[in-house]
Ligand binder design. Structure first.
Ligand code: BDR
Ligand code: CA
Length: 313
């Protein structure tokens, strides 16, 4: 068996972040070096706590969880309690975590880990606003050539935005951080709304998780039951989009996704379109091709993978 791929998950749990963490921890192909929390769906004090709750739910209390940035680089923090609930992880009744939060700051952990590994060995998986990643790049630019890949959930182009007509939440919350990351020169794979809006948590798919009958399967179903309620009303669909696990699924089975290498630039000037990801899909500019932008997903394959892996926990 080939060595497990080393990853750092940067996250703002969030029910869909939680499912992404569970998917990663359930998968032997991946070694989760650490989980770094950022403010996003809810404030940092809740996202770092939620990350620890999820590790304990997975039966992996030894996982290292670090707290990072409490607010975006320049703008005020925008949160999404209307989607995720007051705790950010509403739905299941999870106990207060017993495992400790690590002392080191998340940004220090990201920098030190990348510098301690060979170039290309560590992959970053951002599932929230890109504040921690941008801070790490700004503080220690020597990490950039060492990053294997940044596989991130964020942005939207053909599908528009979900928090404003033109912006997706993660990019909107910290557009300046997203700009730094997209201009960094690191290899980037982007999972935008164009993909995640095709990965719907239909009743049948949620029932398959619940029917696992395990603590994890039941908690996952309870999270999705809560999380999808808001999105079902918003989009008029059977189930809501399951965003963040797409990042982890890509690491496990890239063949589930299809996209195109092109330029992505982030709007940071206009209040009207703040945080819009402008994707040069048709390659009409000579701007550098800085991201592999995904557009399609084998959604049945994706949910089959998720269910099969969560059954292992
Ligand atoms: C993204 O925003 C958050 O609400 C989700 O966790 C996901 O990362 C989708 O726009
Ligand atoms: Ca998220």
């Amino acid at each position: 068996m080939t060595a497990a791929r080393k990853i750092i998950i940067d996250t703002d749990p969030g029910q869909d972040d939680a499912l992404a963490i569970l998917l990663a921890l359930a998968s032997p192909e991946l070694e989760v070096l650490g989980i770094t929390a950022v403010a996003g769906n809810v404030p940092l004090a809740l996202t770092e706590k939620n990350a620890r709750k999820v590790c304990e739910l997975a039966g992996r209390p030894g996982t290292k969880v670090f707290a990072g940035a409490a607010r975006p680089l320049l703008r005020d923090l925008v949160t999404a309690e209307e989607v995720h609930g007051r705790t950010g992880l509403d739905g299941p009744d999870l106990p207060e975590p017993q495992m400790p939060l690590q002392d080191r700051h998340a940004v220090d952990f990201i920098i030190e880990t990348l510098l301690a590994h060979e170039s290309g060995e560590v992959t970053l998986c951002p599932l929230g606003p890109l504040t921690n990643i941008a801070l790490a790049i700004a503080r220690e630019p020597r990490i950039v050539p060492r990053i294997g890949e940044i596989v991130l959930m964020g942005g939207g182009f053909f599908e528009g935005g979900n928090v404003t007509p033109s912006a997706e939440f993660n990019i909107y919350v910290d557009p300046h951080a997203a700009d730094i990351v997209l201009r960094s020169g690191a290899p980037i794979v982007m999972m935008p709304l164009d993909v995640t809006h095709k990965a719907l948590t239909t009743r049948k798919r949620v029932a398959a998780l619940r029917d696992l009958g395990t603590k994890v399967g039941i908690a996952a179903a309870e999270m999705l039951d809560f999380f999808e309620r808001f999105d079902e009303q918003k989009y008029g669909t059977d189930g809501g989009p399951l965003h963040d696990p797409c990042v982890i699924a890509y690491l496990l089975k890239p063949e589930l996704f299809a996209g195109r290498l092109c330029n992505v630039a982030v709007e940071t000037g206009s209040e009207l379109t703040m945080g819009m990801t402008v994707v040069d899909w048709w390659r009409v500019t000579d701007r550098p091709q800085n991201a592999l932008v995904m557009r399609d997903i084998d959604h049945d394959g994706f949910f089959a993978l998720l269910t099969e892996r969560l059954a292992r926990l």
